[in-house]
Structure formats: C-alpha cells, structure tokens
Design a protein around this ligand. Structure first.
Ligand SMILES: *Cc1c(COP(=O)(O)O)cnc(C)c1O
Length: 391
C-alpha cells in the first residue's frame, strides 16, 4: 500500500523535533551536530534569535496579501539585494525550482523582444541540478531526473563539465543563454575554476548570450562571499537564489540586470506567495546577518580552519576518504567507500551530513558554526571514519 506521504524520498530513520544553533535534537533526546543545515538552507543555524524575532513580529502583524498590493518587506529586501549585487531588479519565488522557471522564461523573452525569437536554446552542464520542475529537469538533463517524464521541455543542450571544445562547438545562432552553478552542489561539490567563469562571461559577451548563474546552493555567503561569482570578479546577467536566503523559511529569488529583465513587463510572470510578508521579513533578517564584510570575513577564516582539519582527516583515513573539495563552507569529502556507508557511520556518531553525486559526502554547516562546534564535528567525523576502517 502506498504510504500516506508519497514515497519519493529514502529517509533516514531520524526524527528531529528541535534545533538550536548547529545542533538538532532527535525525538529520543540525542543531540546531532548538523553539518547538513537542511541542505544549505539553515545558513544561520536553527532558531537564530534575530530570525525568530523577525518572523514572529511579522506573524503578529500580517501574513499574506498577494502581489496585488505593495509589500513593504519585499520592497526592502529587493532594494537591499540590488544594493549588494550586480542586479537592477529582483523577482521573489518560494523555491530554487521556481527561480529556474523564471530564469529560463526571462532569457527567452529577452531575445523574443529583442527581435531574435529564434534564440531559445540554453546550454547547461552535466552533473548540474536546477530543481525538479519540467524546466529544471530538462535543464539538468540527467537520466536519473528525466526518465519517464517526457516529452521534456525542448531547447537544452548538456555539455561535459570542463570541456572547452564542446562548449565552443555548442554555441549557435539559436543560443540564448548559458546556465551554470559556480559550484555544483548535488553534482558532488565541483567548483568551476574562476578562470573558467571569466571565460564563460567573455564568451557570452562575444556572442551576445546571457549568462545565468544558479547560486541557489552556493550563494548567500556559503563560499565566503555573498555570491560565489564574486570570487571570479564577474557579473552574471541573471542569477537564481534560494536556500540560504530564507534561513529555513521558503524563499527564492531571481536577480537580473535591467538589460536581461526588461521584457518581463506586467502580466508576463507571477506568483501568489512569492515574496510574501513573512518570507521577506525573514529574508531581511538574514541579509542583516550575512550581507556584511565582517561576517563574510569570519566565514572565510572559520571555513579555512575547517578545510585544513578535513585535509588532515583525509590523510589519517585514506581508506575512507580520497580528497576534500569545495569552497568556503560548501565542502565535499570524496569517499573511497560508498558515501552512504560513510553517512550512516556519521549518523551513528550523531552527526548529519548530506550525500551528493560522484560518491561525495557534503558538509554544509551553518555559516555561523562556532569553533567549538566545528571541533566537535571533526571529532565525530574522525570516529565515524575510524569505525569504518576497523571493519
Ligand atoms: C536546491 C537547488 C535547486 C532547487 O531548489 P528548490 O528550493 O529545492 O526548488 C536548484 N538549483 C540548485 C543549485 C540547488 O542546489
């Protein structure tokens, strides 16, 4: 009999009932260190006092009005994102998937209105993840995500990660955009080298193509910059954001330049919930914490320490781990044993992490994890690895 929850997930037999900073409390009382952060969502850990205060204050005033009216918190959050980034304009969504939908629509409409309606194609990359909607799975293109869901939304080309020749060959007079994650998350924490991102920007400029960055996972301070593309010193035309921006409240956004977005006039897109008062009150509180150089500097310092300690862990357990990869607090341990075995060993030590493709175990701690909690997490990782190597 089919369960009352559609069984599309293989869930761990864990039930968390409370959270506090970098800790999750299981129903049986065990305290887990959370290096998964709800898949890079709880950027400020659990029950952050400023986020709780922002949410409850708004909850007592007004929950929802729809986008038929002005929403002050949405205006404030948009202004702050525009101020802090390349973008001239923002549309709010409830998720990363919805941000992908709009990014694709925006790119196509841009060329439609620019008198080049034949430009509809989007170049994307193998191993990418852009959500589970029809556009999202067509953009990612993997067998795992698309099998049985055809006919797929047409217009996507998928290139191997890092194959420059394939990229040059794939650009045609029908190409509208290149869509890429600066650091692949689900694909196994694969950072795109800065020079490649610069190269993509140049290529887009040369051919009049839009560069769409999916920073749903790697954005909002995760790599130690507010957005990962800042490391390469380039700007996208369109950027998808979600996960960390709501700190656990469902919120996403598409940020864009005026040039890329100007065809999206009244009536071309919408969302009932997108940018609602509750979500944007929390989003502003998240920006207060993360969008400042002192916080980001501190993320870089603590993430550097974590990385060093992980390199040592890999050296101590070469039978379990092969390498550390990633950027800032978007870290991956490439495993020599099945990553699911390593994950189960972590659970046995009351530590949460997240598996990814390419046999990688993702470590995505809250960005404000303390040094003491990092040290405790590393001790637990070491014990998990030791338990695996001894059997
Ligand atoms: C999680 C993720 C998405 C999809 O976001 P949802 O909020 O799950 O819809 C899209 N792109 C990337 C890179 C992601 O990590």
């Amino acid at each position: 009999m089919i369960p009352s929850i559609l069984p599309t997930y293989n869930r761990a037999p864990l039930t968390f009932v409370e959270g506090e900073g970098s800790w999750l409390i299981e129903a049986d009382g065990r305290r887990f260190l959370d290096l998964g952060a709800g898949i890079a969502v709880n950027a400020l850990g659990h029950a952050h006092p400023a986020l709780v205060a922002a949410l409850t204050a708004q909850a007592q005033k007004l929950w929802h009005t729809s986008n038929l009216y002005n929403i002050p918190a949405q205006q404030e959050l948009a202004d702050r994102l525009v101020e802090a980034t390349f973008a001239d304009t923002v549309f709010f969504t409830n998720s990363g998937t919805e941000a992908c939908e709009l990014a694709v629509k925006m790119a196509r409409r841009h060329f439609h209105d620019a008198g080049q309606p034949e430009r509809t194609d989007i170049i994307a990359f193998e191993g990418s993840f852009h959500g589970r909607s029809a556009a999202g799975i067509a953009a990612a293109g993997s067998e795992k995500m698309t099998k049985g869901f055809g006919p797929l939304l047409p217009g996507f080309t998928h290139l191997p990660w890092g194959d420059h020749d394939a990229l040059y060959a794939a650009i045609t007079c029908r190409t509208a955009a290149i869509l890429i994650e600066p650091v692949q998350g689900e694909g196994g924490i694969r950072p795109l080298p800065d020079v490649c991102l610069k190269g993509l920007r140049d290529l887009c400029d040369e051919h009049g193509i839009l560069l769409i960055l999916d920073e749903v996972q790697c954005g909002m301070g995760r790599t130690g910059r507010l957005f990962a593309h800042e490391w390469a010193g380039i700007d996208p035309d369109i950027m998808m954001v979600a996960k960390g921006i709501g700190g656990g409240f469902p919120l996403g956004a598409v940020l864009a330049t005026e040039h890329a977005a100007s065809a999206m006039i009244a009536g071309t897109h919408g969302s009932t919930y997108g940018g609602n008062p509750l979500a944007c009150a929390v989003g502003c509180a998240v920006m207060d914490q993360i969008a400042n150089e002192d916080f980001l500097q501190d993320v870089r310092a603590r993430a550097g320490y974590m990385r060093q300690r992980l390199e040592a862990l890999v050296a101590t357990h070469p039978d379990v781990f092969q390498a550390v990869r990633g950027s800032g607090f978007m870290l991956g341990l490439k495993c020599n044993l099945p990553n699911t075995d390593v994950l189960n060993a972590c659970y046995a030590q009351s530590l949460c992490a997240v598996p990814a493709a390419d046999n990688v175990l993702r470590l995505l701690p809250p960005l404000n994890i303390s040094e003491a909690d990092m040290a405790a997490a590393l001790t637990r990782l070491d014990k998990a690895a030791a338990a695996l190597s001894s059997c």
